[in-house]
Design a protein around this ligand. Structure first.
Ligand SMILES: NC(=O)c1ccc[n+]([C@@H]2O[C@H](COP(=O)([O-])OP(=O)(O)OC[C@H]3O[C@@H](n4cnc5c(N)ncnc54)[C@H](O)[C@@H]3O)[C@@H](O)[C@H]2O)c1
Length: 344
């Protein structure tokens, strides 16, 4: 297959940047990826219905408001933008909500993705990078988790993502739509310049919740389980800085542009931090004490979930740079203060 010119290769000639349609670009990981796409010479065009996103996070390219299921709006967007590829972040991502309201997740994540894939094929856009998740594995038999481990998602959320991965394999066979599904473990941190960061409501993720508890935004941080068979008894997870995730999307795009085949791969740093280690880091970085409440383990929460990222390293050259826990927390803290100051 013919190699596509890389951004910057056409120096001297006036060339418009190649556009990428970014669904969910007004969300946390999507907005950081828009910045990295912009820095790499692409033009990210966000397509988002703002159901859970924020217009203030759309800073690096145009914005089109629309829902995945709105075929007319999506078709018009594809017609106007003429993207060379799509990055698909738009989804709902609360595990507990998906258990109590599965139809919402199949409707939004599965039916929404199907509408997108059909419109992409109709518009002849044949490259896609998809936000998948380690939730597709469920309770893995061993850690670190490799891509070949059995896929036994424990929640409708995890199942909705696995179904889309399978749809993508079918769309490649039938319509030559090539894709990379990136299975993130736990995203954290924020933009190094403090321009964008994480905004979820409610906020389920550990670092922002610990910051909320440290600053009195919530009364305490609840540690769910201190009797796991881990070094300090608390659960261990693989945390990946959002900038490393965002850069992996740009690498996946280059891989597809250079003829890469449809594939799925883990994005994690390959080592875990315990809840206790994260809380210690938040206290160190902020200089504040976190009020803690100890609760029981949550059903179905494994002791340790870490990624084997060897495949992404081999195929995408994925070498995460911001693996130090204090750096992850420092960037999140800078964003947290800025965001909260701007709201008061
Ligand atoms: N945050 C994590 O740690 C994590 C881990 C694994 C996978 N993921 C996946 O990564 C993706 C992005 O996660 P995030 O944390 O940035 O989420 P987010 O909620 O911050 O962003 C999702 C964006 O998608 C938009 N959206 C949702 N449904 C839509 C629809 N039907 N039409 C148009 N727009 C819609 C929302 O408005 C929001 O801006 C999601 O697909 C999520 O499942 C996230």
């Amino acid at each position: 297959m013919e190699e596509c010119p890389l951004p910057g290769e056409n120096k001297g000639k006036e060339v418009a940047p190649q556009r990428i349609l970014v669904t969910g670009g007004a969300g946390y990981i999507g907005s950081h990826t828009c910045k990295q796409l912009h820095l790499a010479g692409f033009e990210p065009v966000t397509y988002d219905d703002l159901s859970r996103g924020h217009i203030s996070l759309v800073r690096y390219g145009p914005f089109l408001q629309g829902r995945l299921h709105d075929r007319k709006a999506l078709r018009a967007a594809l017609n106007e933008v003429q993207p060379i590829a799509c990055m698909h972040f738009a989804a709902f991502a609360y595990v507990a909500e998906s258990v109590s309201n599965p139809e919402l997740y199949y409707e939004n994540n599965v039916a929404g993705s199907l509408a997108l894939l059909q419109e992409l094929v109709a518009a002849n856009v044949k490259l896609l990078v998809f936000s998948s998740t380690c939730a597709v594995y469920g309770q893995a038999d061993k850690v670190p988790i490799g891509e070949d481990e059995p896929k036994r998602p424990l929640s409708p959320y995890g199942r909705s993502k696995l179904i889309v991965e399978e749809m993508l394999a079918d769309f490649d066979r039938a319509h030559a739509l090539r894709s990379v599904s990136l299975r993130y473990f736990n995203a954290c941190g924020a933009d190094l310049d403090g321009e964008i960061g994480e905004i979820h409501d409610p906020e389920p993720h550990i670092v922002p919740r610990a910051l909320m508890a440290a600053t009195g935004t919530i009364p305490h941080f609840e540690v769910l389980g201190v009797d796991y068979p881990t070094l300090d008894g608390t659960a261990v997870r693989d945390y990946t800085h959002v900038i490393d995730l965002a850069q992996a999307h740009v690498a996946a795009l280059h891989y597809l542009l250079n003829g890469g085949a449809t594939d799925s791969m883990n994005l994690g740093i390959g080592r875990g931090y315990s809840v206790r280690e994260v809380l210690d880091s938040v206290e160190r970085v902020t200089g504040l004490k976190i009020p803690i409440k100890i609760g029981p383990r949550r059903e179905g929460d494994p002791a340790e979930v870490t990624a084997n990222p060897t495949k992404a390293r081999r195929i995408l050259g994925f070498e995460p740079k911001y693996t130090d826990l204090d750096v992850m927390v420092q960037t999140a803290w800078r964003w947290f203060r800025r965001h909260h100051d701007s709201r008061t």
